[in-house]
Ligand binder design. Structure first.
Ligand SMILES: COc1cc(/C=C/C(=O)SCCNC(=O)CCNC(=O)[C@H](O)C(C)(C)COP(=O)(O)OP(=O)(O)OC[C@H]2O[C@@H](n3cnc4c(N)ncnc43)[C@H](O)[C@@H]2OP(=O)(O)O)ccc1O
Ligand SMILES: O=C(O)CCC(=O)C(=O)O
Ligand SMILES: [Fe+2]
Length: 361
């Protein structure tokens, strides 16, 4: 039987105030040593997933990228088929990855009163936001995750506004990921017969960046809740660094004859998980797939993950690329202002792939 709120906290305990308003987050709840999951976090049955064992997303070794065109082909095939793949020997140095992981622990280890100064209500800028769950005002059940989200405007702004405990490490990781991003996007565009990424396309594909630091503390009943509910990213490409704990699941075989279900993305030291986001699905007129994924927290360990979301500029209008339409493809998506698309995503609870319907013809 599901535990009640009274079993997980005292009658006088105001969970929303403690977790959201006071900035304790789910880390604060977990640190209290609660033995069962508060009722606010119990997800409906349909949010829970059917896991398929013995299947996986591709792992691609990039060490011979410059000399072996088959590696770029594998990347493009994985982006078409799974929308997700892991990269090893990708060129982002291990020290940079370890640096941003340590900095993430440093940030979440700060007192709640300090983290709270970066909340939506108190943060001096919209580019910096500390929060919990995804969209608590619109969710039926909360998600077991705290996060810090940093939108990159300029180095000067980051130096002035991002938390000093993690800003240098976040900037370094973002910049190294950008070099890798250019390589991948060049290959993905070549596959669409687009030989040059000019200024306009560079803006549409990688005109803005956001880095999130995600913290999933140990959870008393992880099977009753989610760390992140099923969603697709609204980015062009996402570069995700996960620690050694595991818990990321990706949907496979949706709408195909084979068993529709979820596969685990096993942590590989030094690797990056890459996924296609909605913006690239729309720009490629559905050729590259942004795929649903979710996170189940651990029952025994605290987990962190650090996605860099590479996106169009908020002011860009996105739609199928003109070269694809000139080649005779029928557009599957309308032209849409990217910031409207992202606002639509952030204002509702996670709901799988539904955001993309907002752009469908
Ligand atoms: C947090 O848990 C997550 C996050 C994700 C993220 C997946 C991605 O793919 S992130 C990449 C998104 N792309 C961009 O950020 C680039 C484009 N950016 C923009 O267009 C704008 O910066 C903006 C995001 C639309 C914000 O513009 P602004 O004018 O400041 O709009 P607001 O009215 O303030 O915000 C709209 C609405 O969204 C909420 N919101 C804003 N930023 C965030 C954020 N970082 N995290 C969560 N929610 C955010 C904001 O509160 C507003 O909602 P209201 O209800 O308050 O009106 C995947 C999975 C996760 O679990
Ligand atoms: O924590 C993870 O492994 C994935 C997080 C995620 O999907 C996101 O932040 O968009
Ligand atoms: Fe995601």
């Amino acid at each position: 039987m599901a535990p009640t709120l009274a079993e997980s906290a005292t009658d006088s305990f105001d969970l929303t105030d403690f977790v959201i308003n006071q900035g304790n987050g789910v880390k604060g709840l977990s640190d209290l040593g609660i033995k069962s999951l508060p009722i606010q976090y119990i997800q409906p049955q349909e949010a829970l997933i059917n896991i398929i064992p013995n299947e996986s997303i591709p792992v691609i070794d990039m060490s011979n990228w410059e000399n072996d065109p088959k590696i770029a082909e594998s990347v493009c095939e994985a982006a078409e088929r799974f929308g997700f793949f892991q990269l090893v020997n990708h060129g982002v140095p291990l020290e940079v990855l370890e640096g941003v992981e340590d900095a993430t622990h440093g940030f979440f280890g700060l007192p709640a009163a300090v983290k709270r100064t970066y909340s939506k209500e108190l943060s001096p800028s919209n580019s910096v936001r500390f929060g919990t769950s995804f969209s608590p005002d619109s969710e039926k059940a909360l998600e077991w995750k705290d996060y810090l989200s940093l939108f990159y405007v300029s180095d000067d702004e980051a130096n002035a506004l991002w938390p000093p405990q993690c800003k240098d490490e976040c900037l370094e990781y973002m910049k190294k990921a950008e070099i890798l991003c250019k390589k991948l996007l060049t290959a993905l565009m070549e596959r669409l017969n687009i030989k040059e990424i000019d200024e306009k396309k560079e803006s549409l594909l990688m005109g803005s960046r956001r880095i999130n630091l995600n913290y999933y503390p140990r959870c008393p009943n992880p099977q009753l809740t989610v760390g992140v509910g099923r969603h697709s990213d609204v980015s062009s490409l996402t570069f995700l660094l996960q620690d050694e704990i595991g818990g990321l699941y990706v949907r496979v075989n949706e709408g195909k004859g084979d068993e529709d279900g979820w596969v685990h993305v096993p942590p590989i030291k030094g690797s990056l998980v890459i996924n296609v986001g909605d913006a690239l699905q729309i720009l490629s007129n559905g050729r590259y797939r942004s795929v649903e994924h979710c996170v189940i927290a651990s029952g025994s360990k605290n987990r962190i993950s650090i996605p860099v979301f590479v996106n169009p500029k908020p002011t860009d209008v996105i739609g199928p690329l003109p070269e694809l339409l000139a080649a005779g493809e029928k557009p599957k998506y309308k032209n849409i202002l990217y910031s409207d698309y992202v606002k639509h995503f952030f204002r509702k609870a996670h709901d799988g792939k539904k955001t993309v319907e907002f752009a469908e013809v």
